[in-house]
Design a protein around this ligand. Structure first.
Ligand SMILES: [Zn+2]
Length: 76
C-alpha cells in the first residue's frame, strides 16, 4: 500500500479543514400558515402540501383528549 513520504503540517491540515462547514437548512414560508418549513415537504405545523391538507395535525389539547379516551377504554 502507498504510504505518504512526509506527514502534513498542522497548518496544512487545518487549511484543508476550513471548508468543512455545515450551512443552515434552507426554509420557505408556508403559504397556508405562514410558518417556516422545509421546501418540498409537508408543513409540520398545519399539515398542508400544495394547498391540500395531507396530514391531520392535532393540537396538544386534542392529543391529550385522545390519549385519555384510550386510557379510559383500557381501564374498563
Ligand atoms: Zn403550514
Amino acid at each position: 500500500m502507498a504510504l505518504p513520504k512526509r506527514r502534513h503540517s498542522v497548518a496544512r491540515g487545518r487549511k484543508r479543514r476550513t471548508h468543512w462547514k455545515i450551512n443552515l437548512r434552507q426554509t420557505i414560508i408556508c403559504p397556508q400558515c405562514k410558518q417556516e418549513k422545509l421546501p418540498h415537504h409537508i408543513c409540520p405545523s398545519c399539515g398542508y402540501y400544495k394547498g391540500k391538507e395531507v396530514l391531520k395535525i392535532e393540537t396538544v389539547a386534542e392529543r391529550k383528549k385522545r390519549k385519555e379516551k384510550k386510557r379510559d377504554k383500557r381501564k374498563k
